[in-house]
Design a protein around this ligand. Structure first.
Ligand SMILES: [Zn+2]
Ligand SMILES: [Zn+2]
Length: 349
């Protein structure tokens, strides 16, 4: 039983699989330990090890070559709050939230998805939802989950690191969710997701350029790095440092939430083709879907075909802004349930 350098990978995989989510620092430390252990077992082995970024990246590539046939990936992401680099082994099949199945039953997963939906569709790029609104989602599940069961489930999502609860009691996505469920989020919320202009990872907390229609979004840590050397918005070239401009940068995340924005109403997802047609008739996001019609045979009659607004790549965010206006109008109107703020992905449900 010859010990070879391949045993480093084996040991490493065993270590990280038992941990789920870990910082790059810890992962690199584990890698080093694995090499030491293998070298100790076979002193004739000469395993090259350098404690630098290139060697680490090369090792990650090797690990991913090994995980690839299993549809798994040793994937990384930066924590949105502090910029720490985080790794986890994630499932690349995004249709199912398979990672959660070991911890939750189907109903709880459906509830999680519903809460995530409210977070992703939150107005004003606030990417958060109140406890009240999160609990309200239970009513959409067609189940007999009680309010107190829902409360316990929500607490469990927070305790196990799937959701984050803020001091003000609002729920948002955790780093774990953004990393482990990234494929799901990206495929389900293609048009709601905003990416950081700097690192291209998903942004649910950070800053947005104040220029109307400018697509620039940055994580706080990416923004802090960027502005050390740059004064201008990378997209619209607005001088952020002139006058009072820095203060005009808009927040993304909970700070973008305005009081009362989610009271007495919820953002509705589509559940049936019928509902979807209704929604499309008034939904302003409908036109985007035409790019991918093959998924949705039915609604094309009611969709404003060819209404294409010609916004090119910027259309997702434009659409989001327009939807926000609709939401805001309704706020002033009162308690009546609002027009559904809909997505087009219901065919996947
Ligand atoms: Zn970033
Ligand atoms: Zn800009």
């Amino acid at each position: 039983m010859a010990i070879t350098s391949n045993d480093v990978q084996k040991l490493f995989l065993q270590a990280i699989l038992s941990r789920r989510i870990l910082s790059q620092k810890l992962a690199a430390k584990i890698w080093e330990k694995c090499i030491e252990a293998v070298k100790a077992a076979n002193e004739t082995l000469d395993i090259e090890y350098r404690n630098d970024r290139n060697s680490w990246d090369a090792f990650v590539t090797k690990i991913n070559d090994a995980l690839n046939p299993l549809d798994l990936e040793f994937s990384r992401l930066h924590d949105e709050v502090n910029g720490t680099e985080i790794y986890a082994v994630v499932n690349r099949k995004g249709d199912e939230i398979a990672q959660m199945a070991t911890e939750y039953n189907a109903l709880e997963i459906a509830y999680f998805k519903a809460v995530v939906e409210q977070i992703m569709l939150a107005p004003n790029e606030s990417f958060c939802v109140s406890s009240l609104a999160a609990l309200r989602e239970v009513n959409t599940l067609k189940s007999n989950m009680t309010k107190s069961q829902a409360e316990a489930t929500l607490s469990s999502f927070v305790a196990k690191g799937w959701l984050v609860k803020s001091r003000k009691g609002r729920f948002s996505l955790s780093t774990r969710t953004m990393l482990e469920l990234q494929t799901y989020l990206r495929s389900t919320y293609e048009s709601e997701i905003t990416e950081c202009t700097i690192c291209m990872e998903i942004v649910t907390r950070g800053i947005a350029c104040y220029t109307p229609n400018c697509q620039t979004r940055m994580h706080t840590h990416c923004f802090n790095n960027y502005r050390r050397r740059n004064h201008q918005c990378p997209a619209c070239k607005e001088d952020w440092t002139a006058g009072n401009n820095l203060n005009k940068l808009r927040p993304v995340g909970e700070a973008a939430f305005k009081d009362g924005q989610d009271q007495g109403r919820r953002r509705v997802r589509r559940k049936s083709t019928e509902e979807q047609e209704d929604a499309d008739a008034e939904g302003e996001e409908a036109d985007e879907k035409n790019d991918e019609v093959e998924v949705e045979p039915e609604p094309s009659q009611t969709q404003p075909n060819g209404k294409g607004k010609g916004k090119g790549k910027g259309k997702e965010k434009m659409t989001r802004d327009e939807s926000m206006e609709v939401d805001d109008d309704k706020d002033e109107d009162g308690e009546d349930s609002p027009p559904p703020r809909t997505r087009r992905k219901s065919s996947r449900r």
